[in-house]
Design a protein around this ligand. Structure first.
Ligand code: PXL
Length: 274
């Protein structure tokens, strides 16, 4: 069985970061080792959330693993709380990254043109250093604009996306996948660029008029988990996009109208079967 390390916060209530990555990647049949960066009462879209930073635990925990001779087939980082944690992650990549595994970075920090409440421009700049150490990065358009110092556009064409991908490729020479890319009316999906082959890959799905928290984490978890199950990055990205879109559709039909996260628990069995 493949073994993955994922490093993100635990938002105790909120269905995002580790409370998505752990169940979803495990359900895909991949051993999922977690390194929590912080414990929050909820994700940061709630008011008055509590947060206990766990940065000081990263070194002792990873030291212990190193002494135990633990190895990983992939390392996946998501929401990290502070710039210091990014420095810690770079060390983790040096310790556990090698030619037989890959590093998958979701530079979670922003959406819809704005940084999340906990982050500032210095953090955005620092996040580019993490992306530089990755084999695959999966920013949304807002994150890509912050990472590359580009203008954020809500209305754009394929040229803007290709330009962002080229600039991202200057940071991460491996595979760059932009999410939330809409290339025609009523459609949304992703566009990726492989810096080694110089090839683009586009996948578009029907756009669903709803936005939920944690869907980026769901996409990344299925993406990286599917790669570890042997799928090529394009196939894995397509699987993740289809599954995320389907889960949003199912959530929209829930009469209780959940607002803070998606009903991935309802759709996981189908993902496993597929
Ligand atoms: O889904 C990304 C995410 C993860 N963790 C926390 C967040 C967010 C997005 O806002 O607040 C704590």
């Amino acid at each position: 069985m493949k073994r993955l390390l994922t490093v993100q916060d635990i938002s105790c209530l909120g269905k995002c970061s580790l409370t998505i990555a752990l169940p979803v990647i495990s359900a895909l049949g991949v051993e999922t080792v977690i390194l929590p960066t912080a414990v929050l009462s909820t994700h940061t879209m709630f008011k008055n959330f509590t947060c206990k930073d766990l940065s000081d635990q990263i070194k002792p925990i990873t030291e212990h693993w190193r002494n135990e001779g633990v190895a990983f087939d992939a390392i996946y980082t998501g929401y990290l709380g502070t710039a210091e944690e990014i420095d810690e992650m770079k060390e983790v990549f040096k310790t556990f990254g090698n030619k037989d595994n890959f590093i998958f970075v979701d530079p979670v920090m922003a959406d819809n043109g704005r940084l999340y409440p906990a982050f500032d421009l210095a953090y955005a700049k620092k996040n580019a250093e993490l992306c530089a150490a990755a084999d695959i990065i999966v920013p949304n358009i807002t994150e890509a604009a912050f990472l590359t110092g580009s203008e954020y556009k809500e209305e754009y064409g394929e040229d803007y996306i290709k330009d962002l991908l080229k600039k991202l490729s200057g940071i991460c020479p491996g595979i760059c996948v932009l999410t939330g890319v809409s290339l025609s009316e009523g459609m949304t999906g992703l566009m990726g660029y492989d810096g080694k082959t110089k090839e683009y890959y586009t996948y578009q799905n029907r756009r669903i008029n709803a936005s939920y928290h944690g869907t980026g984490d769901l996409f990344s978890s299925v993406f990286v988990g599917s790669m570890l199950k042997g799928k090529d990055w394009r196939e894995a990205a397509k699987t993740a996009a289809d599954y995320t879109a389907h889960t949003i559709e199912v959530t929209l039909k829930n009469p209780k109208k959940p607002w803070y996260g998606v009903d991935f628990e309802a759709t996981l069995p189908e993902l496993i079967k597929s």
